[in-house]
Design a protein around this ligand. Structure first.
Ligand code: PMP
Ligand code: GLN
Length: 386
């Protein structure tokens, strides 16, 4: 058995969803939408597999999807890419991340990852023999990139930095100035950036998603990852894509070739169709999420939670200090468990997203991509409880 992986705890998403099922709570923990995705895409999956599209597709992805990914890149980040050499289709963003670590990192390399972080990053990075150098983002500084700490994290052994914007779990959308500083450091230290932009279409109000990879100095040293799970509310399909310079895409393609080889062809065909959707589809996604976020944030605030601003994703983070059991010094894990078992609402303790030692223990994450009725029912349960 592999010692490292086997010593890791079960991912918090499975733990909390199992707890939610056991206690029949309203699950606002694991990030998956109630929306079941566009009908037109599901129709294509059925039609495609009735006709053909049931055998191994090419390892890099079917041409229709790779071309659609290239068009999407030009349309949304203004970055033309060559579909044959600069795109790759993967089994969700998770496999893209795994392929990136497997394909780009050598044992002994250092990898910079901001804390809090999506939990698969460090698990994969360490498994490839890299050392993770965590750089903590501070809730009290609106999760902004700490310039000095980041600069100090770079060393001659730094191979890559992971930049997830919009950011899970905080909902932060990285400022353009912060991205410029990351780009400057990457160039200075000859470092590659993995840009996890799976929430690129879930951005609220005046906030604007800026892609690090679209900055001219980053084009040859960054890859950009997207996910049909997030963009089309189809998390169970596990279709992801990567764009980047041919040299890096080739390296990821090698890893992908020997791990999964390819991705279901009927799903790829439907995602190709989805990516060409009219702009109103993408705009509607953010608009509907924003009203859900505003509703939930307002309700939680009235109950005594302190809501931290969320500019993107479908998550919001709340400080529960005012509602914790003060005598027991209740931490986020205990509070989230109590909320599931006693109030009937499941969330995720934010400390689970920390790799370094800087985890706060007063924050929980709510997922709000749920039906209005479900959000209302969660709020009613919380009102009754507190
Ligand atoms: N990156 C981030 C930041 C995520 O939140 C997730 C999933 N929630 C993923 C990657 C993985 O995406 P997929 O389901 O497409 O593998
Ligand atoms: N990304 C989702 C979240 O943050 C969960 C993905 C998973 O369950 N692995 O909640």
């Amino acid at each position: 058995l592999n010692t490292f992986l086997n010593n890791l705890p079960t991912t918090v998403f499975s733990v909390m969803t199992e707890l939610a099922i056991k206690h029949q709570s309203v699950n606002l923990g694991q990030g998956f939408p109630d929306d079941e995705g566009p009908e037109s895409m599901k129709r294509i999956v059925g039609e495609a597999s009735r006709e053909r599209h049931n055998q191994y597709p090419p390892t890099g992805g079917i041409p229709e999807l790779r071309q659609a990914v290239a068009r999407h890149s030009e349309r949304y980040v203004g970055l033309p890419v060559n579909w044959q050499t600069e795109t790759l289709i993967t089994v969700g963003a998770t496999e893209a991340l795994a392929a990136a670590f497997l394909g780009l990192v050598n044992p002994g390399d250092e990898v910079i990852i901001f804390d809090p972080q999506y939990d698969s990053y460090s698990a994969m990075a360490v498994r490839t023999g890299a050392t993770v150098v965590p750089v903590p983002l501070d809730a009290n500084n609106s999760w902004r990139v700490p310039g000095q700490a980041l600069a100090q994290a770079f060393s001659p052994r730094t191979k890559l930095i992971l930049v997830n914007s919009p950011h899970n779990p905080t909902g932060a959308v990285f400022h353009e100035d912060d991205l410029r500083e990351i780009a400057r450091l990457c160039v200075e230290h000859d470092v590659i950036a993995i840009c996890d932009e799976v929430y690129e279409h879930q951005v609220f109000g005046d906030s604007k998603h800026v892609s690090l990879r679209a900055m001219p100095e980053m084009r040859e040293r960054a890859i950009r990852i997207g996910s049909a799970g997030k963009t089309f509310s189809l998390t169970g399909w596990k279709v992801g894509w990567v764009t980047g310079p041919a040299r890096l895409i080739q390296a990821l393609g090698k890893a992908h070739m020997f791990v999964t080889f390819t991705v279901a062809a009927n799903l790829q065909l439907a995602v190709a169709h989805g990516l060409d959707k009219e702009s109103s589809f993408y705009e509607g996604l953010s608009a509907s999420l924003q009203s859900k976020k505003d509703y939930l944030a307002g309700q939680l605030q009235q109950l005594g939670f302190e809501i931290l601003p969320s500019a993107g994703t479908y998550f919001l983070v709340a400080d529960f200090s005012g509602l914790a059991h003060s005598d027991a010094q209740e931490d986020d894990v205990a509070f989230a468990k109590r909320l599931t078992v006693e109030a009937g609402v499941t969330t995720i303790p934010v400390s689970a997203f920390y790799n370094g030692k800087s985890a706060p223990h007063n924050l929980i994450r709510f997922c709000f991509c749920k039906t209005d009725q479900k959000l209302q029912s969660a709020c009613e349960r919380l009102q009754k409880y507190f």
